[in-house]
Ligand binder design. Structure first.
Ligand code: WT7
Length: 633
């Protein structure tokens, strides 16, 4: 099933300029790729050497219990040691680690030394609340520096963070707290978006009510609006950070390379979100190597990944990898169009951003306002651009390339997933680009496009995207559900990681990702399971049954279209449609709200009762329904 954003093989090539080529860290992709495939373990060991280890590993890759692969076995490290501790001993101590701008225009900067101190302080606060190595801490915040501080503090003391994106609502947050069994929740009073307050604390209160495990709630004061503070449960961040216990010295927990670093929930085919688990060692090696080579980062670069730290893109490329490399990361709190559509470009100019990384949906959104806004700003500091989240359509690619990059900044279209930890299929600056293709696999990554039989398909044919060999940044398991990990990713083909995407490989070996093959919808780059929307809908008393599908949309890539069968005694009405949308906004979050809800009397199902979303989609698009032999209607 294709949609409007599916790239077409334009065969239009873009080659890097002499200037970009000259500066590129990796100049010969083919040679490096070949070397990595010839000696996978040697290649990754070499990259691991760029990090600091308390004790070096004994074995690079342990595949004795596949697909539960282990990397750098026996190695002792801590990602926070690599991101902070080691820098404060060098010239980087006084270098900016983070530049932050609030939506209202307020600014804060952190040198590596300042960030290290804050992380140490908060690490001590967490320890004083009884948080120990291996304990889970849920973080539900907006885009403020304290989010990064909280994440790194968890890492430092060996706790496992579970960041829940601030756009999720009550039930979604409660489910994630419950699954992780977090005793501590870190949140804030509210965050700013388009000049309005997003009332995070209120959502957190409701979620805590629904999940009995939380004992302590730490609240960072950002907006200052009135919030409920429950005695003996809720504490202000600034009060705790002012206590003597919050000293600037905090011992870093010595972690095993394979010890868990974080859980990040993502959508799959069932309503229950999957807790994707990443570790200290392999993840640090993988994210830092990919960031360095793909975005060609030099020590004096200012890098802006415009994602939210609450998603994997932010975990890997706002929080951890830039700090491991010791570069300066920029983060912005609010909406791209606030107060005017030139906000992003104004900040690129002001801070002199060198490399910018965002999503096609954001590019399309800003493109709508025309080129006058970016053209009024000096964007000449930009050297490279990046894209992630969904295939980038040629129109958006062209605009990004011409108007933002002024025709001189190659666009790194990075294909990867929450599960992969970092970029998997991606260009590097020295590689020729074809707009709409994520080009070729990163060194050390062995990918292919296969048919239902697991055998590679011919060039130009559609197939399933698979990874043939393990990599250090891969997920280790689904938290608390190793069977799901095994079945979901390694169950279809023996020894092949199934990404869940369909793709094509062209004659030049370039890969064109088409889209999801499962019941996952990409809305504005966000990943949503149809089952999450459906279970949200049926939790409303008026709804008996629901089905959700994704339909192509010019701006968002896809939008959600939902069908509902009402319970006896309820009548379809525009008011009910609004009530249901509100219900979803409240329970799951604004990103899961269907664009349309259609009330129906029945839904196409298989004889075993499974809703045939494929048929619904074909009907909605006016396309042939395909094989309907199993349809019972
Ligand atoms: C899915 C993973 C990885 C960070 C953000 C998304 C789609 C991602 C691309 C791209 C085509 C892409 C895939 C993938 N996707 N990047 N460059 N070209 N499709 O992470 O939420 O785990 O979603 O996003 O469908 O499977 P995620």
């Amino acid at each position: 099933m294709t949609d409007t954003t599916t790239p077409t093989n334009t065969q239009e090539w873009f080659y890097p300029s002499e200037e970009v080529l000259q500066g590129a860290i990796i100049k010969d992709y083919d040679a490096l790729y070949k070397r990595s495939m010839d000696d996978l373990e040697g290649f990754w060991a070499e990259q691991a050497e760029t990090l600091d280890w308390y004790k070096k590993w004994d074995t690079v890759l342990d595949d004795s219990n596949a697909p539960f692969y282990k990397w750098f076995v026996g190695g002792k490290t801590n990602i926070a040691m690599n991101a902070l501790d080691r820098h404060v001993k060098t010239y980087r101590r006084n270098k900016l680690a983070l530049i932050w701008e609030g939506e209202a225009g307020d600014q804060r900067t952190y040198s590596y030394y300042r960030l290290w101190q804050e992380v140490n302080k908060f690490g001590n606060v967490l320890r004083s609340m009884g948080v120990r190595k291996g304990d889970r801490v849920t973080i539900y915040m907006g885009r403020v520096p304290e989010l990064i501080i909280a994440m790194m503090a968890c890492a430092k003391i060996g706790a496992v963070h579970s960041v829940v994106y601030g756009g999720f609502s009550e039930q979604a947050l409660a489910d994630r707290i419950e699954d992780a069994q977090s005793r501590v929740l870190v949140t804030q009073d509210g965050s700013w978006l388009r000049g309005n307050i997003v009332d995070l604390k209120k959502v957190a209160d409701e979620a805590v009510k629904r999940s009995a495990v939380v004992e302590h709630v730490i609240v960072y004061k950002r907006t200052g609006h009135n919030v409920m503070m429950e005695a003996d449960r809720d504490y202000w961040w600034h009060d705790l950070m002012a206590l003597p216990i919050a000293s600037t010295k905090c011992e870093t927990e010595v972690m095993d390379a394979e010890d868990p670093l974080f859980i990040l929930y993502t959508s799959g085919t069932t309503g229950k979100p999957k807790g994707i688990l990443h570790t200290h060692g392999g993840y640090a090696v993988y994210t830092s190597t990919t960031l360095k080579w793909v975005f060609d980062l030099k020590d004096d670069d200012r890098f802006w990944c415009a994602a939210d730290p609450g998603w994997i893109t932010g975990h890997s490329y706002i929080v951890y990898a830039p700090a491991i490399l010791g570069v300066t990361s920029f983060m912005y709190e609010g909406a791209p169009t606030h107060p005017y559509p030139d906000r992003w470009w104004k900040m690129v100019e002001y801070y002199g951003i060198n490399v910018m990384y965002t999503a096609p949906t954001a590019i399309r959104g800003l493109m709508r306002f025309g080129s006058t806004w970016p053209n009024r700003r000096d964007l000449s500091s930009l050297r490279l651009l990046g894209s992630v989240g969904e295939p980038i359509n040629p129109e958006a690619w062209k605009w990004y390339f011409d108007v933002i990059g002024k025709g001189k900044c190659p666009i790194m279209d990075t294909w990867w997933q929450t599960e992969t930890g970092g970029f998997m299929i991606t260009p590097m600056p020295s590689v020729g680009l074809k707009p709409g293709s994520a080009t070729r696999p990163f060194p050390g990554i062995d990918v292919d496009v296969v048919g239902e039989d697991g055998k590679p398909v011919k060039a130009g044919e559609d197939g399933l995207l698979v990874v043939k060999r393990p990599w250090p940044g891969m997920l280790r398991t689904v938290y608390g559900d190793p069977e799901r990990y095994k079945n979901q990713y390694w169950g279809k083909f023996k020894n092949l990681y199934l990404a869940g995407d369909s793709a094509r490989k062209d004659e030049d070996g370039y890969i064109w990702v088409i889209g999801r093959i499962d019941d996952v919808i990409k809305v504005s780059g966000y990943r949503l399971g149809t089952a999450e929307v459906e279970s949200g809908l049926v939790s409303h008393p008026a709804v008996a049954e629901a089905a959700a599908i994704g339909l192509p949309d010019e701006l968002k890539g896809n939008i959600i279209y939902a069908y509902c069968i009402l319970r006896e005694g309820n009548q379809p009405s525009p008011q009910l449609e609004d009530a249901l949308k509100n219900h979803i906004r409240h329970e799951v979050g604004p990103i899961a709200v269907p664009a349309h809800i259609e009330f129906v009397k029945q839904l196409p199902k298989t004889r075993s009762g499974k809703i045939m979303r494929r048929v619904l989609k074909a009907r909605a698009l006016g396309q042939p329904e395909g094989d309907v032999s199993t349809l019972e209607e």
